[in-house]
Design a protein around this ligand. Structure first.
Ligand code: CTP
Length: 401
Protein backbone atom coordinates (compact mmCIF):
# COMPACT_ATOMS: atom_id res chain seq x y z
CA UNK A 1 0.00 0.00 0.00
CA UNK A 2 2.72 2.42 1.00
CA UNK A 3 4.97 1.40 -1.89
CA UNK A 4 3.74 4.10 -4.19
CA UNK A 5 4.19 6.90 -1.62
CA UNK A 6 7.26 9.04 -2.15
CA UNK A 7 8.84 11.40 0.30
CA UNK A 8 11.26 14.17 -0.49
CA UNK A 9 13.33 14.57 2.66
CA UNK A 10 15.17 17.85 3.07
CA UNK A 11 17.94 17.63 5.65
CA UNK A 12 19.03 21.06 6.84
CA UNK A 13 21.80 22.01 9.24
CA UNK A 14 21.98 21.14 12.91
CA UNK A 15 23.39 18.61 15.30
CA UNK A 16 20.10 16.65 15.02
CA UNK A 17 20.72 15.95 11.31
CA UNK A 18 22.01 12.50 12.22
CA UNK A 19 18.48 11.55 13.32
CA UNK A 20 17.43 11.90 9.68
CA UNK A 21 19.31 8.65 9.07
CA UNK A 22 17.07 6.78 11.50
CA UNK A 23 14.01 8.41 9.93
CA UNK A 24 15.07 7.18 6.48
CA UNK A 25 15.58 3.69 7.89
CA UNK A 26 12.08 3.70 9.41
CA UNK A 27 10.53 5.00 6.18
CA UNK A 28 12.35 2.44 4.02
CA UNK A 29 11.29 -0.36 6.38
CA UNK A 30 7.73 0.61 5.50
CA UNK A 31 8.47 0.74 1.78
CA UNK A 32 8.20 4.49 1.36
CA UNK A 33 10.36 5.84 -1.43
CA UNK A 34 12.74 8.45 0.00
CA UNK A 35 14.72 11.00 -2.00
CA UNK A 36 17.04 13.23 0.01
CA UNK A 37 18.05 16.83 -0.47
CA UNK A 38 20.94 17.97 1.68
CA UNK A 39 21.55 21.66 2.37
CA UNK A 40 25.09 23.02 2.59
CA UNK A 41 24.74 23.36 6.37
CA UNK A 42 23.23 19.87 6.62
CA UNK A 43 26.29 18.48 4.85
CA UNK A 44 28.39 19.65 7.82
CA UNK A 45 26.60 17.05 9.95
CA UNK A 46 25.76 14.09 7.67
CA UNK A 47 27.35 12.97 4.45
CA UNK A 48 25.50 12.56 1.13
CA UNK A 49 26.90 9.05 1.04
CA UNK A 50 25.14 7.91 4.23
CA UNK A 51 21.85 9.42 3.04
CA UNK A 52 22.30 7.71 -0.31
CA UNK A 53 23.14 4.35 1.23
CA UNK A 54 20.04 4.35 3.42
CA UNK A 55 17.61 5.86 0.90
CA UNK A 56 19.03 3.87 -2.03
CA UNK A 57 18.50 7.00 -4.13
CA UNK A 58 20.67 9.74 -5.53
CA UNK A 59 21.07 12.63 -3.09
CA UNK A 60 20.57 16.16 -4.42
CA UNK A 61 22.29 19.21 -3.04
CA UNK A 62 23.19 21.68 -5.77
CA UNK A 63 20.67 23.96 -7.45
CA UNK A 64 22.72 24.50 -10.57
CA UNK A 65 23.98 21.00 -11.21
CA UNK A 66 23.64 20.20 -14.91
CA UNK A 67 23.46 16.45 -14.43
CA UNK A 68 20.65 16.80 -11.93
CA UNK A 69 18.84 19.19 -14.26
CA UNK A 70 19.12 16.79 -17.16
CA UNK A 71 17.90 13.88 -15.05
CA UNK A 72 15.17 15.79 -13.28
CA UNK A 73 14.45 19.48 -13.08
CA UNK A 74 13.94 21.02 -9.69
CA UNK A 75 10.28 21.74 -10.40
CA UNK A 76 9.73 18.11 -11.22
CA UNK A 77 11.73 17.00 -8.18
CA UNK A 78 9.56 19.13 -5.92
CA UNK A 79 6.36 17.70 -7.36
CA UNK A 80 7.21 14.05 -7.90
CA UNK A 81 6.92 13.39 -4.17
CA UNK A 82 3.68 12.91 -2.25
CA UNK A 83 5.04 14.85 0.70
CA UNK A 84 7.99 17.14 1.43
CA UNK A 85 9.52 16.67 4.87
CA UNK A 86 12.11 19.03 6.34
CA UNK A 87 13.88 17.19 9.18
CA UNK A 88 15.64 18.72 10.91
CA UNK A 89 14.27 22.14 9.99
CA UNK A 90 16.73 24.80 11.15
CA UNK A 91 15.74 28.36 12.13
CA UNK A 92 17.38 29.42 8.87
CA UNK A 93 15.30 27.23 6.56
CA UNK A 94 12.08 28.16 8.38
CA UNK A 95 12.97 31.83 7.86
CA UNK A 96 13.67 31.23 4.17
CA UNK A 97 10.37 29.40 3.76
CA UNK A 98 8.44 32.17 5.52
CA UNK A 99 10.11 34.84 3.39
CA UNK A 100 9.79 32.87 0.14
CA UNK A 101 13.51 32.87 -0.55
CA UNK A 102 14.89 30.50 -3.17
CA UNK A 103 18.67 30.82 -3.04
CA UNK A 104 19.56 27.13 -2.83
CA UNK A 105 18.05 23.83 -3.93
CA UNK A 106 16.10 23.11 -0.71
CA UNK A 107 14.43 26.52 -0.49
CA UNK A 108 13.71 26.50 -4.25
CA UNK A 109 11.99 23.12 -3.99
CA UNK A 110 9.94 24.31 -1.02
CA UNK A 111 8.83 27.38 -2.96
CA UNK A 112 8.10 25.46 -6.17
CA UNK A 113 6.16 22.56 -4.70
CA UNK A 114 2.43 22.02 -4.86
CA UNK A 115 2.56 19.16 -2.35
CA UNK A 116 1.98 19.15 1.43
CA UNK A 117 4.99 20.10 3.54
CA UNK A 118 5.87 18.85 7.03
CA UNK A 119 8.60 20.53 9.06
CA UNK A 120 10.31 19.10 12.15
CA UNK A 121 12.07 22.07 13.74
CA UNK A 122 15.29 21.60 15.72
CA UNK A 123 17.43 24.38 17.13
CA UNK A 124 18.79 25.98 20.25
CA UNK A 125 16.12 26.92 22.84
CA UNK A 126 16.70 30.68 22.51
CA UNK A 127 16.58 30.48 18.72
CA UNK A 128 13.29 28.57 18.95
CA UNK A 129 11.81 31.03 21.42
CA UNK A 130 12.96 34.10 19.46
CA UNK A 131 9.97 36.12 18.21
CA UNK A 132 11.41 35.95 14.67
CA UNK A 133 11.27 32.13 14.63
CA UNK A 134 7.85 32.08 16.27
CA UNK A 135 6.53 34.62 13.74
CA UNK A 136 7.98 32.57 10.87
CA UNK A 137 6.35 29.44 12.19
CA UNK A 138 3.00 31.20 12.61
CA UNK A 139 3.24 32.40 8.99
CA UNK A 140 4.00 28.88 7.78
CA UNK A 141 1.22 27.31 9.82
CA UNK A 142 -1.32 29.77 8.42
CA UNK A 143 -0.13 28.78 4.93
CA UNK A 144 -0.86 25.13 5.72
CA UNK A 145 2.62 23.85 6.52
CA UNK A 146 2.42 20.98 9.02
CA UNK A 147 4.67 20.96 12.07
CA UNK A 148 5.88 18.12 14.31
CA UNK A 149 7.72 19.01 17.52
CA UNK A 150 10.09 20.26 18.66
CA UNK A 151 10.42 18.31 21.89
CA UNK A 152 11.57 19.60 25.19
CA UNK A 153 14.70 18.26 26.84
CA UNK A 154 18.41 18.56 27.39
CA UNK A 155 20.16 19.80 24.26
CA UNK A 156 23.59 19.42 22.74
CA UNK A 157 24.31 23.05 23.60
CA UNK A 158 23.87 22.24 27.34
CA UNK A 159 20.63 24.20 27.57
CA UNK A 160 17.27 22.75 28.48
CA UNK A 161 13.89 23.46 26.93
CA UNK A 162 11.97 23.16 23.67
CA UNK A 163 14.08 22.87 20.51
CA UNK A 164 15.00 19.20 20.28
CA UNK A 165 14.09 17.41 17.07
CA UNK A 166 11.11 15.07 17.55
CA UNK A 167 12.05 11.42 17.75
CA UNK A 168 12.09 9.72 14.32
CA UNK A 169 9.15 7.50 15.41
CA UNK A 170 7.05 10.60 16.10
CA UNK A 171 8.04 12.16 12.75
CA UNK A 172 7.09 8.89 11.06
CA UNK A 173 3.70 8.94 12.80
CA UNK A 174 3.14 12.54 11.61
CA UNK A 175 4.13 11.55 8.05
CA UNK A 176 1.75 8.61 8.07
CA UNK A 177 -1.08 10.73 9.45
CA UNK A 178 -0.60 13.17 6.54
CA UNK A 179 -0.25 10.49 3.88
CA UNK A 180 -3.40 8.73 4.93
CA UNK A 181 -5.26 11.88 3.89
CA UNK A 182 -6.14 12.97 7.38
CA UNK A 183 -7.44 9.53 8.26
CA UNK A 184 -5.54 8.82 11.43
CA UNK A 185 -3.82 5.44 11.69
CA UNK A 186 -5.80 4.22 14.73
CA UNK A 187 -9.20 5.36 13.45
CA UNK A 188 -11.74 2.63 14.18
CA UNK A 189 -9.61 1.06 16.95
CA UNK A 190 -10.67 0.96 20.58
CA UNK A 191 -8.06 1.24 23.32
CA UNK A 192 -8.53 0.70 27.05
CA UNK A 193 -5.88 2.33 29.24
CA UNK A 194 -5.61 2.05 33.03
CA UNK A 195 -3.86 4.84 34.88
CA UNK A 196 -3.05 6.14 38.34
CA UNK A 197 -3.16 4.39 41.71
CA UNK A 198 -6.05 2.56 43.31
CA UNK A 199 -7.37 3.41 46.76
CA UNK A 200 -8.31 0.47 48.93
CA UNK A 201 -10.52 1.47 51.86
CA UNK A 202 -9.58 0.44 55.40
CA UNK A 203 -12.68 2.01 56.90
CA UNK A 204 -14.99 4.82 55.73
CA UNK A 205 -12.26 7.48 56.22
CA UNK A 206 -8.93 5.71 55.63
CA UNK A 207 -7.43 3.95 52.65
CA UNK A 208 -4.30 2.23 51.31
CA UNK A 209 -2.76 4.10 48.35
CA UNK A 210 0.49 4.52 46.43
CA UNK A 211 2.43 7.37 44.86
CA UNK A 212 1.45 6.85 41.21
CA UNK A 213 0.69 10.21 39.55
CA UNK A 214 -1.11 8.88 36.47
CA UNK A 215 1.19 10.95 34.23
CA UNK A 216 2.33 8.05 32.06
CA UNK A 217 -1.08 6.39 31.70
CA UNK A 218 -2.86 9.66 30.90
CA UNK A 219 -0.16 10.56 28.35
CA UNK A 220 -0.63 7.16 26.65
CA UNK A 221 -4.41 7.67 26.50
CA UNK A 222 -3.84 11.12 24.94
CA UNK A 223 -1.29 9.81 22.43
CA UNK A 224 -3.60 6.99 21.29
CA UNK A 225 -6.53 9.40 20.96
CA UNK A 226 -4.34 11.79 18.93
CA UNK A 227 -3.77 8.96 16.44
CA UNK A 228 -7.50 8.45 16.07
CA UNK A 229 -8.24 5.65 18.53
CA UNK A 230 -11.40 5.66 20.61
CA UNK A 231 -9.95 5.56 24.10
CA UNK A 232 -11.50 4.46 27.39
CA UNK A 233 -9.29 5.69 30.20
CA UNK A 234 -9.97 3.84 33.44
CA UNK A 235 -8.36 6.01 36.05
CA UNK A 236 -7.80 5.74 39.77
CA UNK A 237 -7.82 8.94 41.83
CA UNK A 238 -5.34 11.39 40.24
CA UNK A 239 -5.03 15.14 39.80
CA UNK A 240 -4.03 14.95 36.12
CA UNK A 241 -6.20 16.94 33.71
CA UNK A 242 -8.52 14.82 31.57
CA UNK A 243 -6.87 14.18 28.19
CA UNK A 244 -8.98 15.64 25.35
CA UNK A 245 -11.11 13.28 23.30
CA UNK A 246 -10.93 10.42 25.80
CA UNK A 247 -13.84 8.73 27.62
CA UNK A 248 -12.87 8.62 31.28
CA UNK A 249 -14.12 6.10 33.83
CA UNK A 250 -13.16 7.14 37.34
CA UNK A 251 -12.70 4.34 39.85
CA UNK A 252 -11.21 3.94 43.31
CA UNK A 253 -10.47 0.29 43.98
CA UNK A 254 -8.79 -2.48 41.99
CA UNK A 255 -12.07 -4.38 41.82
CA UNK A 256 -13.87 -1.34 40.38
CA UNK A 257 -11.00 -0.88 37.91
CA UNK A 258 -11.32 -4.48 36.71
CA UNK A 259 -15.07 -4.15 36.39
CA UNK A 260 -14.75 -0.94 34.36
CA UNK A 261 -12.16 -2.57 32.07
CA UNK A 262 -14.29 -5.66 31.48
CA UNK A 263 -17.33 -3.48 30.82
CA UNK A 264 -15.35 -1.52 28.22
CA UNK A 265 -14.45 -4.65 26.18
CA UNK A 266 -14.21 -5.44 23.31
CA UNK A 267 -11.06 -3.49 22.50
CA UNK A 268 -8.17 -3.76 20.08
CA UNK A 269 -5.53 -2.78 22.60
CA UNK A 270 -5.26 -2.78 26.39
CA UNK A 271 -2.56 -0.80 28.16
CA UNK A 272 -2.24 -1.47 31.91
CA UNK A 273 -0.34 1.57 33.16
CA UNK A 274 -2.08 1.80 36.54
CA UNK A 275 -0.25 1.07 39.77
CA UNK A 276 -2.94 -1.27 41.03
CA UNK A 277 -2.76 -2.05 44.75
CA UNK A 278 -1.78 -5.68 45.11
CA UNK A 279 -3.73 -6.03 48.35
CA UNK A 280 -6.88 -4.74 49.96
CA UNK A 281 -8.39 -5.21 53.40
CA UNK A 282 -9.73 -8.72 53.91
CA UNK A 283 -12.72 -7.12 55.57
CA UNK A 284 -13.30 -3.39 55.20
CA UNK A 285 -14.60 -1.87 58.45
CA UNK A 286 -18.02 -0.37 57.96
CA UNK A 287 -17.52 2.04 60.87
CA UNK A 288 -14.49 4.22 61.51
CA UNK A 289 -11.97 2.17 63.50
CA UNK A 290 -11.66 3.87 66.90
CA UNK A 291 -8.68 4.02 69.26
CA UNK A 292 -9.48 2.26 72.49
CA UNK A 293 -7.56 3.35 75.58
CA UNK A 294 -4.92 0.75 76.44
CA UNK A 295 -5.76 -1.50 73.46
CA UNK A 296 -3.14 -2.63 70.91
CA UNK A 297 -3.25 -1.00 67.43
CA UNK A 298 -5.59 -2.89 65.10
CA UNK A 299 -3.99 -5.52 62.83
CA UNK A 300 -4.75 -4.87 59.15
CA UNK A 301 -5.42 -8.22 57.55
CA UNK A 302 -4.99 -8.05 53.79
CA UNK A 303 -6.15 -10.16 50.90
CA UNK A 304 -4.99 -10.29 47.28
CA UNK A 305 -6.61 -8.01 44.72
CA UNK A 306 -7.52 -9.29 41.26
CA UNK A 307 -4.74 -8.81 38.73
CA UNK A 308 -6.35 -6.71 36.01
CA UNK A 309 -3.57 -7.12 33.44
CA UNK A 310 -3.43 -10.90 33.92
CA UNK A 311 -7.22 -11.15 33.73
CA UNK A 312 -7.41 -9.22 30.44
CA UNK A 313 -4.30 -10.99 29.10
CA UNK A 314 -5.83 -14.40 29.65
CA UNK A 315 -9.48 -13.65 29.08
CA UNK A 316 -11.19 -16.23 26.87
CA UNK A 317 -13.71 -14.03 25.11
CA UNK A 318 -12.86 -10.67 23.52
CA UNK A 319 -9.15 -10.68 24.36
CA UNK A 320 -7.68 -7.48 22.85
CA UNK A 321 -5.23 -8.19 20.04
CA UNK A 322 -2.49 -6.33 21.90
CA UNK A 323 -2.25 -6.50 25.69
CA UNK A 324 0.49 -4.29 27.13
CA UNK A 325 1.60 -4.18 30.75
CA UNK A 326 4.15 -2.23 32.74
CA UNK A 327 6.82 -3.61 35.00
CA UNK A 328 8.25 -1.33 37.61
CA UNK A 329 11.32 -3.01 39.02
CA UNK A 330 14.25 -2.12 41.21
CA UNK A 331 16.44 -5.12 40.37
CA UNK A 332 16.83 -7.74 37.62
CA UNK A 333 14.74 -5.47 35.43
CA UNK A 334 14.78 -7.40 32.16
CA UNK A 335 14.51 -10.89 33.62
CA UNK A 336 11.61 -9.88 35.87
CA UNK A 337 9.91 -8.06 33.00
CA UNK A 338 10.20 -11.04 30.67
CA UNK A 339 8.82 -13.32 33.38
CA UNK A 340 5.92 -10.92 33.98
CA UNK A 341 5.16 -10.90 30.24
CA UNK A 342 4.57 -14.64 30.18
CA UNK A 343 3.01 -15.07 33.62
CA UNK A 344 0.42 -12.35 32.95
CA UNK A 345 -0.29 -13.53 29.39
CA UNK A 346 0.44 -10.17 27.81
CA UNK A 347 2.13 -9.33 24.51
CA UNK A 348 4.44 -6.50 25.53
CA UNK A 349 5.89 -5.30 28.79
CA UNK A 350 7.04 -1.73 29.15
CA UNK A 351 9.78 -2.16 31.73
CA UNK A 352 11.25 0.65 33.77
CA UNK A 353 13.75 0.86 36.60
CA UNK A 354 12.09 2.66 39.50
CA UNK A 355 15.06 2.58 41.86
CA UNK A 356 14.88 5.83 43.87
CA UNK A 357 18.10 7.11 42.25
CA UNK A 358 16.43 7.20 38.81
CA UNK A 359 13.79 9.75 39.95
CA UNK A 360 11.31 8.10 37.57
CA UNK A 361 8.46 7.36 39.99
CA UNK A 362 6.40 10.57 40.04
CA UNK A 363 8.97 12.34 37.81
CA UNK A 364 8.52 13.65 34.26
CA UNK A 365 10.88 11.27 32.49
CA UNK A 366 11.05 7.57 31.89
CA UNK A 367 13.73 5.17 30.62
CA UNK A 368 11.99 2.28 28.93
CA UNK A 369 12.83 -1.20 27.74
CA UNK A 370 10.09 -2.64 25.55
CA UNK A 371 10.00 -6.41 26.06
CA UNK A 372 8.18 -8.30 23.30
CA UNK A 373 8.04 -11.94 22.21
CA UNK A 374 10.95 -11.34 19.85
CA UNK A 375 13.32 -9.35 22.06
CA UNK A 376 13.94 -6.13 23.94
CA UNK A 377 14.15 -2.58 22.63
CA UNK A 378 16.09 -0.13 24.83
CA UNK A 379 14.71 3.38 24.54
CA UNK A 380 16.65 6.47 25.61
CA UNK A 381 15.53 8.44 28.66
CA UNK A 382 12.53 10.41 27.40
CA UNK A 383 9.82 12.71 28.65
CA UNK A 384 6.78 10.63 29.64
CA UNK A 385 4.78 12.25 26.83
CA UNK A 386 7.42 11.20 24.32
CA UNK A 387 7.36 7.65 25.72
CA UNK A 388 3.60 7.71 25.18
CA UNK A 389 3.94 8.93 21.58
CA UNK A 390 6.55 6.28 20.82
CA UNK A 391 4.43 3.54 22.33
CA UNK A 392 1.43 4.75 20.32
CA UNK A 393 3.57 4.72 17.15
CA UNK A 394 4.71 1.13 17.93
CA UNK A 395 1.07 0.14 18.40
CA UNK A 396 0.26 1.61 14.97
CA UNK A 397 3.13 -0.42 13.47
CA UNK A 398 1.75 -3.58 15.05
CA UNK A 399 -1.72 -3.00 13.59
CA UNK A 400 -0.26 -2.34 10.16
CA UNK A 401 1.42 -5.76 10.05
N1 CTP B 1 -1.35 -4.92 37.49
C1 CTP B 1 -2.70 -5.11 37.39
N2 CTP B 1 -3.41 -5.54 38.48
C2 CTP B 1 -2.78 -5.77 39.65
C3 CTP B 1 -1.38 -5.60 39.76
C4 CTP B 1 -0.71 -5.15 38.66
O1 CTP B 1 -3.28 -4.89 36.32
N3 CTP B 1 -3.49 -6.19 40.68
C5 CTP B 1 -0.61 -4.52 36.28
C6 CTP B 1 -0.03 -3.13 36.32
O2 CTP B 1 -0.94 -2.20 35.79
C7 CTP B 1 1.20 -3.30 35.43
C8 CTP B 1 1.63 -4.72 35.66
O3 CTP B 1 0.49 -5.37 36.17
O4 CTP B 1 0.87 -3.18 34.07
C9 CTP B 1 2.81 -4.92 36.56
O5 CTP B 1 2.57 -4.47 37.82
P1 CTP B 1 3.74 -4.50 38.96
O6 CTP B 1 3.17 -3.81 40.15
O7 CTP B 1 5.02 -4.01 38.41
O8 CTP B 1 3.93 -6.00 39.18
P2 CTP B 1 3.23 -7.00 40.13
O9 CTP B 1 2.46 -7.90 39.28
O10 CTP B 1 2.50 -6.26 41.19
O11 CTP B 1 4.45 -7.76 40.71
P3 CTP B 1 5.52 -7.31 41.82
O12 CTP B 1 4.87 -6.22 42.63
O13 CTP B 1 5.76 -8.56 42.53
O14 CTP B 1 6.72 -6.83 41.05
Amino acid sequence: MTESKKILLIVSGGIAAFKALELIRLLRAKDYGVTCVLTRAGAQFVTPLSLQALSEQKVYSELFSLTDESEMGHIQLSRSADLLVVAPASADILAKMAAGLADDLASTLLLATDKPVLVAPAMNVRMWQHPATQANLATLTVRGVHVVGPDEGAMACHEFGPGRLSEPQAILAAIEALLTGGKKPLTGRHAIVTSGPTHEPIDPVRYIANRSSGKQGHAIAAALAALGARVTLVSGPVSQPEPPGVAIRRVETAREMLQACEAALPADVFVGAAAVADWRMAAEATEKIKKKPGAAPPALTLTLNPDILATIGQIKKNRPRLVIGFAAETDNLLANAAAKRTSKGCDWIVANDVSPATGIMGGDENAIHLVTATGTEDWPRLHKEEVARRLAARIVEEFQK
